[in-house]
Write a protein that binds this ligand. Sequence first.
Ligand code: ADP
Ligand code: MG
Length: 550
Amino acid sequence: MPVPSSGFLSLGLSDKLTATLTALGYEEPTPVQREAIPLMLAQHDLLAQAATGTGKTAAFALPIIQLIGGDAAAGPRSKERTALTVKAMVLVPTRELAMQVSEAIHKYARGTGLCVVPLYGGSSMQQQIRSLERGADVVVATPGRALDHLRRKTMNLDAVRVLVLDEADEMLDMGFAEDIETILDETPDTRQTALFSATMPARILKIAERHLQKPRRLAIAREKTAAGKMPRVRQVAYIVRRSEKPAALDRILEMEDPASAIVFCRTRLEVDTLTETLNAHGYRAEALHGGMEQRQRDAVMNRVRAGKADLLIATDVAARGLDIEQITHIVNYDVPAAPESYVHRIGRTGRAGRAGTAITLAEPREHRLLRSIEQLTKQKIDVATVPTVADLKARRLEVTRASIRERLLAGDLDDVRGVVQALANEFDLFDVAAAAIKMLDATTDADAEIETEIEKEPARPSRGSGLSSPVRLFIGAGRKAKIGPGDLVGAITGEAGVTAKSVGAIEIGDNFSIVEVSEDVADDVIRAMKGASLRGKKVTVRRDRDPRQA
Ligand code: ADP
Ligand code: MG
C-alpha cells in the first residue's frame, strides 16, 4: 500500500497542501491531477480536457494556491494584499460553479491565510466590492460579473499571475466568448493561462491559439468500465443487532445526508414497516414492492422522480431494472443473501462517474456473507461503527458552519448589520457570533435522543378524535421547536378560519406534529398553513400518509 497522498507530494505539491488533502480523504491524485499539477507548477500554459467528475477543480486550485503563495511558512498574508488587486482568477460559467469552486479553493487553502472571493450576479455588488477592497488573492467569477467590476474599476487585474478558464466549453456555449476576450485583455501578457474543459471544440482551440503561449495539451480518456465491472462506489458496512437497526439507520442517514437513496429490504412486510417508521421520523419515504398494483408503483416512481420523496424503500424484485438518475446512496437494510444481488443493487449508484455510497447493515452473524461479497466483487467493504450522538452533533455544527459561510458569501446582509453594531457596542464580536451560532444550532438540533424517540413511536393518535371523518396532517415542527398544542390549534383556527371543533387529536413529536382535522377543511388548512409560520418559522404541512396504505 502506498503512503497516503505520497502521490500528491511527488507532483511537487507542498507538505502542507499534501497534509490538507490527506485530511480531506484524498488518497491519490486523479489522472487529470497527475498530469496537470506538475505542468501548472512549472508555470506552463495549459489546455486540459477531462470528463466531468474527474477532479479538474483540484487540478488547477492546488497549483494556484501554491504558486501565489499559500505556503505554510508565510502565514496570513493580509498585509501583502493590495486593495482591488487580485493575483489569480478563475472564470466559471455559472453562479453555482462560482460558489462551488470558491468553496473548494477555500477548503484546499485551509491554514494558508489565502483569501478567495466569489463574484457572481444576483448577489450584493456592495458586499463584493467590500471583499475586493479588503484584498482578494483569488477571485472566482462569472464573466458577466467580472466585467461589471472591471467597468466600475472595483477590480484590478494588472497583477494577475494565473488565470484559469474552467468549463470553457460551457462558457462558450453560454455566449461568453467576447466577455472572456475582454477580460483576458485586462490581464498582463506575462500571466499563466490554463483552460479546463470536458470537450475541446474548435472554438476553444481558437481562443487558446490567441491567448495561450506554447500551451501543453493533455487529454484524459474517459475510463472504460468493462462489462459487468463494479462502479466506483464507497462501500461501508455497519455491524448492528436486528433490534438496533431502525435507530442505527436514523443516525447513519443523518450523518450521510443522502440527496436521494434506495433502501433495500428482503421482504414486503419489512418494506412496509420500515417505510412507516421512517415517515414517522420525518423522512419522506415511499414503499415499492411486488405486492403493490402496477398503478400504485407507477405513482410511487413518479413521486420519486419528481423529487417528492427522500427515500425509496424497496424489495429487489420491485426495484429491478429501475433507472433513477442520481441515486447517491444505496442502503442494504440486510445483507442480501446472494452476493450477485448486492452487485445489482449497488450498481444503481455511482453512475456516470458520479460518487456513490453503498451502506450495508449486517447482523453480527452475517459477517461471513460480507466476506463472500468481497470475494465476488474483489472490492473491500469497510466496516464502520454507527455514528454516536456526539458524531451527529459535530456533523450538525459542521453543517451550521457551512451554511453560515454560504450566507456570508451570498452577501446582502445590510439589513441586519445594525443589530450586530448594537451588540458590538456591548459585547465582544467573537462572543456575539458564537451566541448566534449557538441559537442556530439549537434550532437544527434534531433527534439527539433517537432511541427514546423510537420507543415513543408509533406516536399516533390512538384515542377517538371526535371528528366524523378525520384527516391526519403532518406538520414539520415539534417539541424541539417549542411547539405546543396551543400553537397548533391557534395557528390552524387563526390562519384557516376554521373553528376548534374541526381540530381533533394532536400528537407532538420531537421534530414533527400530527394533527387531525375534519376532512372537509383539510385542504383549506394546508393552504392557509403553507403561507403562515409557527413560532416565527415556515413549516412543512401536508397530509400524513396513512400507514395502512403503505
Ligand atoms: P470536475 O470539475 O472534473 O467535474 P470536480 O473537481 O468537481 O470534478 O471533482 C469531483 C469530485 O471529486 C469532488 O467531490 C472532489 O472533492 C472529488 N475529488 C477530486 N479529486 C479527488 C482525489 N484526488 N481523491 C478523491 N476525491 C477527489
Ligand atoms: Mg469542474
